[in-house]
Design a protein around this ligand. Structure first.
Ligand SMILES: Cc1cc2nc3c(=O)[nH]c(=O)nc-3n(C[C@H](O)[C@H](O)[C@H](O)COP(=O)(O)OP(=O)(O)OC[C@H]3O[C@@H](n4cnc5c(N)ncnc54)[C@H](O)[C@@H]3O)c2cc1C
Length: 335
C-alpha cells in the first residue's frame, strides 16, 4: 500500500491548484485521475481576470492561445446585445483540453492514472482502493466525484441538475465576439458562442433538466434550432452545421448547503457544488477552493466554502442589495 500525506482525487482546475500549492511547500501529494491528460472536458472555457491572478498566470506565461472576450448578453425582447457582464476586469477564453493539462503538468505533483472506486476509513487514515493510504483526502473529482459519493451521503438534488450539449471545432471565419443568449425560445438556461484563439469556436446550450422534463422539449432540438439561427444570421455556414455532432451530458450542481468537510477530507470545486447555477462559472470557484484547501493542510487557514467568490447574476444582485442596504443604514452614533 502506498502511503502519502495527501491524495487529491481529480486533476481538473480544483485538484491541480490544490496540489500545486502543496508541492510548492514541499508536501507529499499524489493526484489520482481516471483520465489521461490532455483530456476532453465539456466547457465553454470562459475565465476571469481573477482566475489568472489566483493561478499566478502572468501575461505571456500561458503557452496556448488565450483570447480576450468581448461579451454580448442577449435577452429576449432586446434587439441588441448588452455589453455587460458581472465580473470586474477582463474575461478570457481558453480551451479546456489545453488549459487543464498545462495546469496539471505545472503543478509538479505526481499524477497517477487511476479510477477511484472504493474509499474507506482506517483510524485516522483514508484508504483508496486498498492501494493508497493518506492522512488528507481531497475530493476534486467534479460533478461525479467518488469521494463525495463515498463519504458525503447527501443525495443529488434533481432540481439542480443541468443538461448541456456543446461542440468545439475549428472555424476560422468565426467572429471575435462572445454571445450569450438567455431564455432563448423559453429555455430555462442559455446558449453560447465562445470564440477561442487559433480560429476555434465553442457553441453550446445548457438548461435546467427540470425545464426539459416539464416543457416536453428536447435539448437536441434546441441545439439544432440555435445552429440554424446562427446560419441564418451569417455566423456559421450551413455545410459546417450539417457535419457537426454535438456531445453532451447531465451535470449536477450540488446543494450549496451541503457539507464539504469530514475530518481531514475536503471537497473542492464542482464536487463541493461551487459552480453557479445561472452563469455556470465553475473554474474560478474550483481554483479558489483548491487554494483554500491546500492552505488548511498547510496550517495557514481554514477552508470555508461560503468564502469562495462566485460570479452569478443572483450573487451580483445580492451584492448590490447589500451595498444599497449598507448605504441606507443609519450611521451608529457614539454613546
Ligand atoms: C457545458 C459546460 C460549460 C461550462 N462552461 C464554463 C465556463 O465557460 N466557465 C467556467 O468557469 N465554468 C464552466 N463550466 C463549469 C466548469 O467546467 C467546472 O466548474 C470546472 O471544470 C470544475 O473543475 P473541477 O476541477 O472541480 O472538476 P473537473 O474539471 O470536472 O475535474 C474533475 C476530474 O476528476 C476526474 N475524476 C472523476 N471521477 C474520477 C474517479 N472516479 N477517479 C479518478 N478521477 C476521477 C475527472 O477525470 C476530471 O479530470 C462549464 C460546465 C459545463 C458542463
Amino acid at each position: 500500500m502506498r502511503e502519502v500525506e495527501t491524495i487529491v482525487v481529480g486533476g481538473g482546475p480544483a485538484g491541480s491548484t490544490c496540489a500545486r500549492r502543496l508541492v510548492q511547500h514541499g508536501r507529499d501529494v499524489v493526484v489520482l485521475d481516471k483520465a489521461q491528460f490532455p483530456r476532453l472536458k465539456l466547457c465553454a472555457g470562459w475565465i476571469t481576470d481573477k482566475v489568472l491572478r489566483d493561478l499566478d498566470i502572468a501575461p505571456g506565461d500561458y503557452p496556448h492561445p488565450m483570447l480576450r472576450l468581448d461579451i454580448r448578453a442577449h435577452v429576449p425582447g432586446l434587439p441588441f446585445g448588452l455589453r455587460w457582464f458581472p465580473t470586474p476586469g477582463a474575461n478570457w477564453s481558453i480551451r479546456r483540453i489545453e488549459f487543464d493539462a498545462w495546469l496539471l503538468a505545472r503543478a509538479g505533483a505526481e499524477v497517477v492514472a487511476h479510477e477511484v472506486r472504493r474509499i474507506r476509513r482506517d483510524g485516522d487514515r483514508f484508504i483508496v482502493d486498498d492501494a493508497f493510504a493518506c492522512r488528507w483526502l481531497i475530493g476534486a473529482g467534479g460533478t461525479m466525484c467518488p469521494v463525495r459519493r463515498a463519504l458525503f451521503p447527501e443525495g443529488r438534488n434533481k432540481s439542480r441538475q443541468i443538461v448541456t450539449l456543446e461542440k468545439e471545432f475549428p472555424y476560422p471565419a468565426r467572429e471575435d465576439v462572445c454571445r450569450l443568449t438567455f431564455f432563448r425560445r423559453g429555455l430555462v438556461g442559455y446558449a453560447w458562442v465562445v470564440p477561442k484563439g487559433d480560429g476555434v469556436v465553442n457553441i453550446g446550450i445548457g438548461g435546467k433538466a427540470k425545464y426539459f422534463r416539464t416543457s416536453g422539449t428536447n435539448i437536441h432540438d434546441h441545439f439544432r434550432a440555435f445552429l440554424d439561427d446562427l446560419v441564418r444570421e451569417g455566423r456559421l455556414d450551413a455545410a459546417t452545421v450539417a457535419d457537426l455532432k454535438e456531445t453532451g451530458h447531465p451535470y449536477y450542481l450540488f446543494s450549496r448547503d451541503g457539507a464539504v468537510r469530514d475530518g481531514r477530507c475536503l471537497l473542492i470545486g464542482d464536487s463541493a457544488g461551487l459552480a453557479t447555477m445561472d452563469l455556470g462559472e465553475g473554474i474560478g470557484p474550483a481554483v479558489e477552493s483548491g487554494l483554500m484547501a491546500a492552505d488548511e493542510i498547510l496550517g495557514r487557514g481554514t477552508y470555508h466554502k461560503g468564502e469562495v467568490t462566485l460570479f452569478s447574476l443572483s450573487g451580483l444582485t445580492q451584492r448590490l442589495m447589500r451595498r444599497a442596504n449598507r448605504r441606507h443604514l443609519p450611521t451608529p452614533t457614539a454613546a
